[in-house]
Write a protein that binds this ligand. Structure first.
Ligand SMILES: C[S@@+](CC[C@H](N)C(=O)[O-])C[C@H]1O[C@@H](n2cnc3c(N)ncnc32)[C@H](O)[C@@H]1O
Length: 272
């Protein structure tokens, strides 16, 4: 049996936009070409490749894992199942970090729990004369960050560490520390639904109340911060007051929060 692109586009199990994204991946052609050539018949090999992706998508696998990339801050980041898929709301953390980076601060930035490197690389690409370090506990995640740094020509350093455990005085101090740590409560039902089912659990939850990694970072960060440096953290919709409290208890000043595009308090931080 022969299938044309048009036959595949008539499938009602997926939205047309998603069919096009999957076809783009399988045919290695831009969407405009696919639409203009929809009477083309596709080979059996490509047909079965497409059907595999289509069925996985119907079973709920995130489209970013199926096509192998996700756009973040206008760049395409490679992703696979070892890394969290970068979220649009995390772009706020990048914007907040960039805005708090004054020339007088110097320009050393640390991204803790870098995953695919989306935050670290975006900050590097947005600012000249900057030194950026990304760290993660997961070596597979670091290998994805390494691929992205090469692909996007971002000369960042990557370090394997359990938060600050492998940092020593040779590492020097930073002007901005950012982190989007795993902050979901281990019993949160969302972990068993939607995209989260497919993402690495270590990227999502601390296996406790969601605040243990955040407090660990807050209590240790100041040892690695220059005077006047900022720490910015992404957190859950109901965690901002607790994060503010922890920052104040740890001696941070200028403690402040920012709302994401959905009006949710998403980023909180302060300076030392
Ligand atoms: C929510 S993901 C954030 C990924 C990426 N920064 C982003 O925003 O898309 C959290 C990241 O923290 C890393 N992580 C989890 N526990 C860690 C630990 N104890 N030390 C360092 N990194 C850790 C995970 O491997 C994961 O890459």
């Amino acid at each position: 049996m022969e299938f044309s692109i048009r036959n595949l586009m008539r499938d009602t199990s997926l939205p047309n936009t998603e069919i096009l994204i999957l076809l783009e991946k399988v045919l290695q052609k831009p969407k405009t070409w696919i639409i203009a050539n929809d009477l083309n018949v596709i080979s059996n090999v490509l047909f079965y490749k497409y059907i595999d992706l289509r069925n996985r998508r119907i079973d709920g696998e995130p489209i970013a894992y199926l096509v192998g990339y996700k756009e973040f801050m206008n760049n395409k980041f490679l992703v696979n199942r070892s890394v969290l898929i970068p979220r649009p709301e995390t772009e706020l953390l990048v914007d907040v970090a960039i805005n708090s980076l004054k020339p007088s601060n110097g320009c050393r930035v640390l991204d803790l729990g870098t995953g695919c490197g989306a935050i670290a690389i975006s900050i590097y690409l947005m600012k000249s004369n900057i030194e950026v370090v990304g760290s993660d506990i997961d070596l597979y995640a670091l290998s994805v960050a390494e691929m992205n740094s090469r692909k996007l020509c971002a000369n960042i350093d990557l370090i394997h560490s359990n938060w600050f455990d492998c940092f020593d005085s040779k590492m020097g101090k930073f002007d901005i520390i950012v982190s989007n740590p795993p902050y979901i409560h281990s019993l949160d039902k969302h972990l068993e639904s939607g995209d989260l089912r497919f993402e690495p659990r270590i990227a999502l939850t601390d296996e406790l109340d969601g605040l243990s990694h955040i407090s660990n970072i807050i209590y240790n960060a100041r040892n690695y911060m220059n005077k006047g440096a900022y720490l910015w953290l992404e957190h859950g919709w109901d965690q901002s007051s607790m994060v503010k409290y922890l920052l104040k208890m740890a001696g941070f000043s200028n403690v402040n929060s920012f709302l994401d595009l959905s009006g949710i308090v998403r980023v909180t931080g302060g300076s030392i």
